[in-house]
Design a protein around this ligand. Sequence first.
Ligand code: ARG
Length: 584
Amino acid sequence: MNLLSDIKNLIEDGAKKGGYDDELTITFSDKPQICDFQCNGCFSLAKKYGKKPIDIAKDIVGNIKDNPQYKVEIVPPAFINITLTNEGLKNVANYMLKDTDGGLEKHKVSQKVLLDYGGANVAKALHIGHLRPAIIGESLKRLYRLLGDEVISDVHLGDWGLQMGLTELQLFEEGKLDYYFGESKQKRELTIDDLNEAYPLASKRKNQEEDFKQKAEQWTLFIQQKKQPYFDIYQDIRALSVKEIATNYKKLGAEFDLWEGESNASDYCEEALNIIKEKGLARESEGALVVDVAQEGENVPIQKNGETLYINPMPPCLIQKSNGGDLYATTDIATILKRNKTYKLDRIEYVTDARQKMHFIQVFRTCKMSGISPENQQLVHVVNGTMNGSDGKPFKTRSGDTIKLEDIIALLTNKAKDKLKSNGVNADDETALKIGVGAMKFGDLINTVSKDYLFDIDRFLSFEGKTGPYLQYTCVRINSILSRFNDGQGGEIDIYNDETRQVILAMLKLNSSYEICYREKSLNALCLSAYNLASAFSTFYNNHSVVNEKDTDKQNSYISLLKLIKKKMEQALNVLAIDIPQKM
Ligand code: ARG
């Protein structure tokens, strides 16, 4: 069911009969106390046809037959206001109640999409920067699927870069890899603590000790060449790290179909490089291989104080290191090649922060120029803003370190627990996790994806206002009311009062917000509409008792209304990947 397009057809039909064969836009009313929908198209038609706007409105509305569903009126100077009659609203509500998707219209054409989000790096702890891509990516996946796309999600682990060589070398120097090099008979199993200690140390040393850095680069190359024992060690480290990563993603509710990574593209790197070379796109630069991707007006050199600067910088894409090693761009290009050999994809989308903007432009252009990505395939980078602390800078610990994802999840869970305790509820860990993580997710997704936002844990965890817990609480409340009735209870929804009317309209708006989110690749419209529905429900419930209603028809109508709200809220929270606790 697409109410907006039904109304559009109705109005356009009237316009056509009145002599205007034009497309008209219908929106939800910005004055809901006056009407439900509006069409402001008469003003532009007036310009086009050289007539008075009001005359055009009269031509259009005069040609619309009286209709039991809608009341169509002209309001000066020339607005067309549309209101659903009680009859119309009742039909819509009962249709939503019966329909499996609650009246949500799926896309007629389904696209096959590969969604690349998560991006955790093996051997490094997941940090706060990985939080947003996981939250946003998971919701986009669920949104696309709900609207009918076929989506494959891939965590695309960072598992082929210098951090591998750095970690191995550090562990080796700590004497923890003797077994692999035949210097000890006893295998010392590596632990996650070994990794958590080794990488930060190695990363620091890389910047201070040139020898160490060069050796780590050499070891990275050995791993990429699958040389032993370097590759065996790598596989053990990878397996250990992936287990830890999976635990954290599970807590966040991020579910991936594919647990692949940069390393899975390694068998395709050579082929990708050959394609690029055969197309004559590769050029040598200081021993490395690069592709010039700058377009007209980009990367224009200018001289300033004896230095060359570039206007609209777009450096070439580095596709092979001078030592023959693979780079981040190489594995991303090879991954696109691999994906396109495996699936027929309409779109490939990546969720990361803005620091990777340039990288993806370079990779996408190289793939398009070389034909590795077919012309009709969309390659999209969904850029997320950063989560900032109260100082307006990316959120850090008090000592200025990047926060580990694990720690932030623990913080959210503990805070949720305290909060519940102060409300007199003793929550178990699972409930506290649902509320803490739910609060974080809603606090994130209510912002436009591309914008930065402030991490404000107390505001996120509030049980009132535009927060995750408020929405969860709404569901818990509805479930508790419905538990007083039998499953079979309920009847046809009727419009008994304005509060019922507002709830149904809020559900219609919620339905239409999915399409906005799909178009904008941002979940904020859905968050807002779900909140509006929760508060419309609250107004309804504050004014009408369902349990004590004496009139059976009315009570049955209310029960069904609540069931419908429950269905719509659960659908929305499911897309936002926010779990609903049993009680709170
Ligand atoms: N591992 C990367 C990081 O931590 C993110 C990976 C994003 N996906 C990709 N195909 N490059 O920044």
